[in-house]
Ligand binder design. Structure first.
Ligand code: FE2
Length: 248
């Protein structure tokens, strides 16, 4: 069985449509969305409908949570975008759908979360920048990964694997591209990266294909100018358009 993972679409319909077209080339059995399909971007309603129709499982992200409960803990720019998004989604049917979502789902030996194993809604899985952080990752993989072997996560907008052997960053640079990784028998965090607002220095959309044994990362170019123009038209903060150009 093949499962495609998408996450953190964040109002970017152009990116979502391009990614779904790429996913369809591989004919997966399921598509799973790990949350944050609203927030930041200019087309929340359109994206919501597509995600709802195309995905077998849809998780709640912290941005869906903020639409329902307020964005007090967000940065000022993110709060402006959430307030705008909440206005666009003011519809009882939509709010009921958002309320029905959960931030985690266990399926076989895989856990799907928006954030992390420790806090599926708000916590970030981060790449280690110190031996202590790597120690904490190994500790988590050994102690918290009991009912499952792999945890697929979003929220950080960065594509990487966190394993007991270290952090692995997929890349398609020549001459040694490395996008597919065998994970059978291992415990690992599979951080998907973002469809609509990548922040790992690569502005292309990110998604992951899982066949039960290995994960394959995909990066896809989309028409960023369409989304940038719509962000301007909606009067959303300029920063949200600029960051799409650089993947930061
Ligand atoms: Fe996000």
């Amino acid at each position: 069985m093949k499962t495609a993972f998408i996450t953190d679409i964040h109002g970017n319909l152009s990116a979502l449509e391009t990614v779904l077209a790429d996913i369809d080339r591989y004919s997966p059995d399921h598509i799973v969305c790990l949350g944050d399909f609203v927030g930041y971007g200019p087309q929340p309603r359109e994206r919501l409908e597509i995600v709802r129709t195309r995905c077998t499982h849809v998780l709640m992200g912290n941005h869906e949570h903020a639409v329902l409960n307020g964005a007090e803990h967000f940065t000022p720019l993110a709060r402006i975008a959430i307030d705008w998004t909440a206005q666009q989604l003011r519809d009882p049917g939509i709010l009921q759908y958002l309320s029905s979502l959960r931030p985690a789902k266990l399926e076989g030996n895989c856990l799907y979360v928006h954030g992390s194993v420790r806090d599926p809604l708000f916590d970030y899985v981060r790449e280690a920048d110190s031996p202590w952080m790597f120690y904490r990752l190994v500790q988590t993989l050994r102690e918290d990964f009991k009912e499952f072997k792999l945890c697929f996560c979003g929220h950080n907008h960065r594509a990487f694997l966190g394993t007991e052997l270290g952090y692995i960053f997929p890349h398609d640079d020549q001459p040694t591209p490395q996008m597919k990784f065998q994970l059978e028998g291992q415990t690992a965090y599979v951080s998907i990266g973002s469809v609509g607002q990548p922040r790992d220095g690569d502005p292309r959309s990110s998604w992951v294909l899982f066949d039960g044994k290995s994960v394959e990362y995909h990066r896809v170019e989309y028409d960023r100018q369409i989304t940038i123009d719509l962000i301007h038209k909606a009067g959303l903060p300029e920063f949200l358009a600029d960051r799409l150009l650089y993947g930061e």
